[in-house]
Design a protein around this ligand. Structure first.
Ligand code: FMN
Length: 329
């Protein structure tokens, strides 16, 4: 894989936040586009970085210069949270529907790159976030938009994290519903409370994939009724992670991890196609953001053709910082 990872997978998130991103190559020239409307903001192009990799203002600033126009910050909480120690990102290959095996070496081609996302959403303190989110916003260029994703252990946690992000200057808030996105009651309740608290600041709801189409329909309707303006998917797909001997790679307490990258692209495209159909059929006012396995420039178009309004990359951004500029041409 002839690429330059921005993130040192041997180190902790805190170290990567403090020392990264690792990049001293040329910054490409900004290409011209016809801006598009995105939730009331003028967006230079329809591509962005998915939640997670942009660890602080330094990371946002680099992504902005590299041609990523929708900048989604790391997911924050309403208080300091350390999350899991490394390993957090490990190269993996698929062994079946629900299982992956860890790889000692990166795959030969970027198109096959799949990784674990095993962090437990670490978050800096409120004071640090207030200052850094504001700095990140200051680093944006014309036509770029800053989204801050939030997570918590209760609806009150979500709301207070979202208000913190709003106070710090986030243009848009994203709610990460990893632990309950399949419950229409919870999706409705959390979305309603968040959108009421946020007022004019738009809300994106982020969900994972669905095995059941009827259930997916209910969730999208619940999100729209609750007041969300956009839907984003997919979250990393949970799978069992094993080593060469078939044993749990991260120990008994962390048997599964979310999987991102190439291996989840078919599932992500399926999600986007289904979501676009449901939005049209039910006449829901939801803008659609798609991500999952965008690793090569041509992959962005697969997501647009499937019905995404905006296409995002997490793993692809980390392993090929020029991915956006290659797409822009
Ligand atoms: C290093 C890394 C960290 C991530 N952290 C988060 C996160 O904090 N919150 C979140 O909603 N998704 C997180 N994700 C998931 C991505 O936003 C995205 O949903 C998923 O990785 C699929 O896209 P990809 O295949 O382009 O990486 C993370 C992904 C990666 C690779």
């Amino acid at each position: 894989m002839k690429t330059m990872p921005l993130y040192d997978i041997a180190r902790s998130v805190a170290e990567n936040a403090a020392k990264g991103p690792i990049f001293d190559e040329k910054i490409p020239e900004r290409t011209k586009h016809k801006p598009v409307d995105f939730l009331g903001f003028s967006l230079h192009s329809r591509i962005g970085v998915a939640a997670g990799p942009l660890l602080n203002a330094k990371w946002v600033s680099l992504a902005s210069q590299l041609g990523w126009d929708l900048l989604i910050y790391r997911t924050i909480r309403n208080r300091l949270h350390l999350g899991f120690p490394p390993p957090n990102i490990v190269y993996v290959e698929r062994m079946g529907d629900h299982r992956v095996k860890i790889l000692a070496e990166p795959p030969l081609s970027l198109a096959d790159c799949s990784v674990t996302v095993s962090f437990d959403s670490p978050s800096p303190s409120q004071l640090e976030l207030l200052e850094d989110i504001n700095k990140a916003k200051g680093a944006l260029q014309k036509g770029q938009v800053l989204v801050v994703p939030v997570v918590g252990d209760s609806v009150n946690d979500f709301v207070s994290a979202a208000l913190l992000a709003k106070e710090a200057g986030a243009h848009i808030i994203e709610a990460n519903y990893t632990s309950f996105y399949m419950s229409s009651d919870q999706v409705f309740e959390y979305t309603r409370k968040l959108s009421a608290a946020l007022g004019t600041v738009p809300l994106i709801v982020k969900v994972g994939h669905f095995a059941n189409h009827a259930q997916m329909e209910q969730i999208l309707i619940a999100a729209a009724k609750g007041g969300a303006q956009a839907l984003s998917g997919i979250l990393p797909v949970p799978m069992e992670v094993v080593n060469d001997k078939g044993q749990c790679a991260f120990g008994e307490k962390r048997k599964t991890a979310g999987i991102a990258g190439g291996t989840i692209r078919p599932t992500a495209l399926h999600f986007v196609r289904d979501a676009a159909r449901i939005i049209q059929k039910e006449k829901l006012e939801l803008t659609l953001l798609g991500c999952g396995g965008i690793l090569l420039p041509a992959h962005f178009d697969l997501f647009f053709e499937a019905g995404a309004d905006v296409a995002l990359s997490g793993t692809g951004f980390l392993w090929d910082p020029y991915l956006a500029s290659k797409y822009h041409g």
